[in-house]
Write a protein that binds this ligand. Structure first.
Ligand code: IYR
Length: 224
């Protein structure tokens, strides 16, 4: 390996094979209770929980460790209303035809439409931005690498952390999402990636049957 500054692996924990099997099963049992929810309660959620989950997201692997993400976290009701208004405007055009027949057909079992009340109701919105330029500190202005992969992994960590904390999420993707740059005051060099809606589910929350169809192991992997 090339000469570089390094330290011994600081915090790896070795488990017995039995513990490993148990932990892997427990993790699966926890993560399979994660469901995308579109019916939120307005019950408040402490900022500290959101901050811990964002710290977890920030540990994700990334291209050259440049951590090319920014999380704009919104709880202000006026900002939420502005986001809802802008998102519903785009979604109206989407559902009125911009999506095309094939896409709308794929969405029909989910029951989604241009009505997005959760953008005002849920206590937290997290607008996730992908940075084309940056570096290992925020002062740097270098090229970033594997930006979408890195931000996707960090978003996965965040969704997992929020679920583990006892919250539900919706990975919302209004199309286009460019309005988020202006509302969240982010530079044009950042691209809105996903708008995560975070909170408790409403008491009458449901999930579409369609969303519970998960491909079995043999259909998602091959051991070669
Ligand atoms: N952004 C729209 C449409 C939508 C698209 C996909 I792909 C989904 O899995 C769900 C919805 C909306 O949020 O309604």
């Amino acid at each position: 390996m090339q000469e570089h500054d390094s330290k011994p692996l600081p915090d790896f924990i070795e488990y017995s094979p039995e513990e490993m099997e148990q932990r892997s099963e427990e993790f699966y049992n926890e993560i399979k209770r994660r469901h995308t929810v579109r019916m939120f309660s307005d019950r408040p959620v402490d900022r500290k929980i959101i901050e811990n989950c964002l710290k977890a997201a920030g540990t994700a692997p990334s291209g050259a460790n440049h951590q090319p993400w920014h999380f704009a976290v919104i709880s202000n009701p006026e900002v939420k209303t502005a986001i809802r208004d802008a998102a519903e405007k785009e979604e109206r055009a989407f559902y009125e035809g911009r999506a095309g027949e094939e896409w709308l057909d794929a969405l029909s079992p989910l029951g989604t439409d241009d009505h997005k009340p959760y953008l005002e109701k849920a206590p937290w919105l997290i607008a996730i931005f992908a940075q084309q330029r940056g570096g290992v500190t925020v002062e740097e202005e270098r090229k970033n690498y594997y930006v979408r992969e890195s931000v996707g992994i960090a978003t996965g960590f965040l969704i997992n952390a929020l679920h583990h904390s006892g919250l539900t999420t919706l990975t919302h993707t209004p199309k286009p999402m460019t309005f988020l740059n202006e509302i969240c005051q982010r530079p044009k060099t950042e691209k809105a990636y996903i708008l995560l809606v975070v909170g408790y589910p409403s008491d009458d929350a449901t999930i579409p049957d369609h969303a519970t169809i998960k491909k079995p192991l043999e259909d998602i992997c091959s051991f070669i």
